[in-house]
Structure formats: structure tokens, C-alpha cells
Design a binder for this molecule. Structure first.
Ligand code: SF4
Length: 188
């Protein structure tokens, strides 16, 4: 049976959501309610678009070698852990794409999830911890200083993290303007 994922948006190519040129998937739904959250439109589970692991995987394949990896952001990916993990495992098993995920859960919380071992084996890098507006950072993909970046393989180092652009503006083929990076995603 098809595994479904509720998503907010996806982008074929971004340089401000992880190292290099990456496809990005923003999942829809988050109950963590970080004060000052920069992406509140991603919270409501009654919004967004239903898709499947298979559809997302085939979309990633269609991008060919134009990307070096995929970033899963949100919303809160771990509140859709089963399909998100299935997608990540398939990417790891069948492609050479690198995998990076944002989560509002702390490392300590994530390590209690029964799927932590499988998740850690399917990710190259994880940025985790609640967004804390009182510790806001202005010039880094890490949006508040309490958050942690976990390097789960040797694909990336702090050097690549430090060199990710803070924000970007993309004009899509249909003329829509997308602003993404720290501060989430906004469509105009
Ligand atoms: S910052 Fe992330 S984890 Fe926190 S409420 Fe917003 S979407 Fe959820």
C-alpha cells in the first residue's frame, strides 16, 4: 500500500537549504509551536498536499544529476516519521544523493525514538532542536544557537555548513518568486 506524506511545498533546486544544490521537501504539520516560528503556514495538518513516498522518490530521480542531495524540512518531519524514514532509506539504498533533515526535536528527544538507529543510518546530516527566538542567529543555516548539527557520515563538515547561503530568491519557470533559506519558504 502506498505510504503518504503531507507536504507544504517542494523545490527542484536550492542552495540555501543545505550544502550544494539540493532538492527540498517541506512537510506540512508541526505541533511544537516554537515562539516566533518563521514558517507558521506549515503547522496545520489540514492544509498542504498529500503525496506519496513513491511520487517524491520518482520526482527526485527525474532531477538527475542536477542536485547533490535532498533536504527534508518543515513543518516537523519527525511527526511523519514512518513515510519520511521510508523515503530517506530508499534514497540511501538506490541513489548517491546526500540526505539532510531539519527537526525541531532535540537530539536527546530524537534518540528516544525507536527508529533513531534507522534514521541515523539514512541521514548524512541532521539539524535539530527547537527554534528559540531569544537565541536567534542572523547569518547561518542554524537559526538559533541552541540548535545542534549532527554529522552522521563524513559527507559534510562544519565548513560546508558555514558556507550555506542564508537566504535565496528563486524565479520559477512559471514566473512565481520563491524566497527560501533561514526563515522558511515564501511564495509570491
Ligand atoms: S520552528 Fe520548526 S519545529 Fe518550531 S514550530 Fe516552527 S516548524 Fe515547528
Amino acid at each position: 500500500m502506498a505510504e503518504h506524506i503531507l507536504i507544504h511545498h517542494k523545490l527542484d533546486a536550492s542552495k540555501a537549504n543545505g550544502p550544494g544544490n539540493r532538492a527540498v521537501i517541506w512537510v506540512q504539520g508541526c505541533t511544537l509551536n516554537c515562539p516566533g516560528c518563521f514558517n507558521p503556514k506549515t503547522h496545520d495538518k489540514n492544509e498542504g498536499t498529500q503525496t506519496t513516498v513513491n511520487e517524491l522518490f520518482n520526482w527526485l530521480l527525474s532531477l538527475g544529476n542536477s542536485i547533490e542531495g535532498v533536504t527534508i524540512s518543515g513543518g516537523e518531519p519527525l511527526q511523519q516519521l514512518k513515510p519520511v524514514l521510508s523515503l530517506l532509506q530508499r534514497i540511501k539504498a538506490e541513489t548517491i544523493l546526500t540526505t539532510f533533515m531539519f527537526s525541531g526535536y532535540t537530539k536527546k528527544e530524537i534518540e528516544t525514538f525507536p527508529q533513531w538507529l534507522a534514521l541515523s543510518q539514512a541521514l548524512d546530516m541532521l539539524l535539530c532542536g527547537r527554534y528559540d527566538v531569544t537565541h536567534k542567529l542572523e547569518s547561518c543555516i542554524v537559526s538559533s544557537s541552541n540548535q545542534e548539527v549532527l554529522f552522521l557520515t563524513n559527507a559534510y563538515t562544519q565548513f560546508e555548513v558555514d558556507n550555506i547561503p542564508h537566504n535565496e530568491i528563486i524565479i520559477l519557470p512559471n514566473g512565481a518568486i520563491v524566497a527560501s533559506g533561514v526563515g522558511g519558504i515564501n511564495l509570491e
